[in-house]
Design a protein around this ligand. Structure first.
Ligand code: HAM
Length: 431
């Protein structure tokens, strides 16, 4: 076989050397948070109809879908996110499920993004959606849940960038700019191409005063929410819908504060997201010194309607599991593997392998991670390999000690050894 076929496809990764474990650790914590907040897990297919996934994804993301025809000639795609699939569920099978409906998903997603640090073509998300409430407390729940998860995995030095698409869209709508054109402008804002965005708004029919307002909004941002919100009020005072949006954002932020949800907020009036379905509060989470978002979400009240499920307001978030793992590593968090005790059992003679198996199982039944020496190596070779692989304890079974129901227990880090009765092994190893 040609050597290029033995490489992973560009943008795809093999997760080895603890990477898979780190990913599963975050997944496990994400599942724990889903339970603590009452989100039920749903598993949706990896492949969906292209039209469903493409509906409100935004031009940039749409271009990056893995699209193909299945053998039945259907135009399908690999999911680039969970939201469309979960919204489909709510518009169909779960249409009559009692509201609010809280749903959690975790799994792999596919986007033909340009591979770089923290950007892959196959990546993982932990995704939470809350359906049925248009009230600010629902938005607050999603923000608080996100914060809980980040704390749970041990992330430090992160902040939430928060805005409200209603503010920008209301100003754009004021001069009758159609939704399609608004979408293009929002995409440009998302890519920080502010001048092109303003030029596009101008060409689409934005009046001079609306353009001025937009330009002002793009410069309103800061870490003191009260000040930023009052600046937004001032900027949009002649746009009643934008005022409503600013009020909604202000309410969400005050409720977060009242609930003592301790998050660093950077409020940005000109913050837009590439996904087109958002209708209200939007946010992304960034880690200081890392220029990529570890999560993002917001309110989308019209998607279920678009899928024929009636008016169902919704708000949600997706955390990038791979990026969280990268951020934790960068912050020096030890991999999960290194925290637990790992025991190697070595039978010094072949005739003691049965004993070795018995002791392995005894410890495993009590929750200890145990590996059995299966290479037939000498004790010294097995020990030096164990050292290299981060084994914390080695249990050596010799014919002399076993007669008295004893084994040699070696503490790898301390490089000490003692002879202990088998029934005290568990206690000696500790958890
Ligand atoms: P998103 O901002 O497109 O939102 O993605 C959420 C997170 O997924 C990002 O912040 C990032 O951590 C991770 N992510 C995205 N693309 C990649 C990539 N190529 N490589 C690695 N990680 C990536 C959504 O997907 C929305 N569905 C979120 C949402 C849920 N909104 C409402 N409900």
């Amino acid at each position: 076989m040609a050597s290029e076929f033995r490489r992973t496809v560009r943008g795809m990764r093999d997760l080895v050397d603890g990477e898979a474990e780190n990913l599963r650790f975050i997944e496990q914590r994400a599942r724990k948070i889903s339970k603590l907040y009452g989100y039920n897990e749903v598993i949706t297919p990896l492949i969906e109809h292209y039209e469903l996934l493409a509906a409100k994804l935004g031009e940039e993301n749409r271009k990056r879908m893995f699209v193909f025809k299945d053998l039945g000639g259907r135009k399908v795609a690999l999911r680039p996110e969970f939201t469309a699939s979960v919204a489909r569920l709510v518009a169909t099978k779960m249409q009559s499920a009692p509201r609010p409906l809280r749903l959690f998903s975790v799994g792999s997603l596919y986007r033909y993004d340009e591979p770089q640090f923290g950007r892959y073509r196959e990546f993982w998300q932990a995704n939470y959606e809350l359906f049925g409430s248009n009230r600010p407390e629902a938005d607050v729940e999603i923000l608080a849940l996100t914060n809980s998860l980040l704390k749970e995995v041990g992330l430090k030095n992160y902040f939430f960038k928060i805005g409200h698409v209603g503010i920008l869209r209301s100003v754009l709508s004021y001069n009758g700019i159609a939704e399609e054109q608004q979408n293009s402008i929002m995409q440009l804002l998302d890519k920080k191409q502010f001048d092109v965005a303003l030029e596009t708004a101008k060409n689409a029919g934005s009046s001079k005063s609306s353009l001025n307002t937009l330009e002002t909004l793009l410069n309103i941002k800061g870490r003191q929410p009260d000040i930023v919100i009052s600046e937004i009020y001032e900027a949009v005072k002649s746009y009643s819908k934008a005022l409503d949006a600013a009020e909604n954002l202000g309410e969400i932020i005050s409720m977060l504060k009242a609930g003592c949800v301790d998050v660093d907020l950077s409020v940005e009036a000109g913050f837009a997201r590439g996904l087109e379905y958002y209708t209200g509060m939007v946010f992304e989470v960034f880690v200081v010194d890392m220029d990529i978002a570890v999560g993002g979400g917001g309110r989308y009240d019209k998607l279920i309607g678009l899928f024929g499920g009636g008016q169902v307001p919704a708000v949600g978030v997706a955390l990038g599991v791979d990026r969280l793992s990268l951020a934790l590593q960068k912050q020096g968090q030890k991999s999960q593997r290194s925290e637990e005790n790992r025991v190697l059992i070595i039978a010094i003679e072949n005739s003691l392998l049965g004993q070795a198996l018995k002791i392995s199982n005894m410890l495993r039944e009590r929750g200890v991670v145990v590996e059995l020496e299966t290479m037939g190596r000498s004790v010294s070779k097995a020990l030096s390999d164990a050292d290299r692989r981060g084994i914390t304890h080695a249990v050596m079974i010799g014919s002399k000690e076993i007669k008295d129901n004893m084994v040699a227990l070696r503490f790898m880090k301390e490089r000490t050894q003692e002879i202990v009765p088998i029934e005290r092994l568990f206690e000696k190893i500790g958890q």
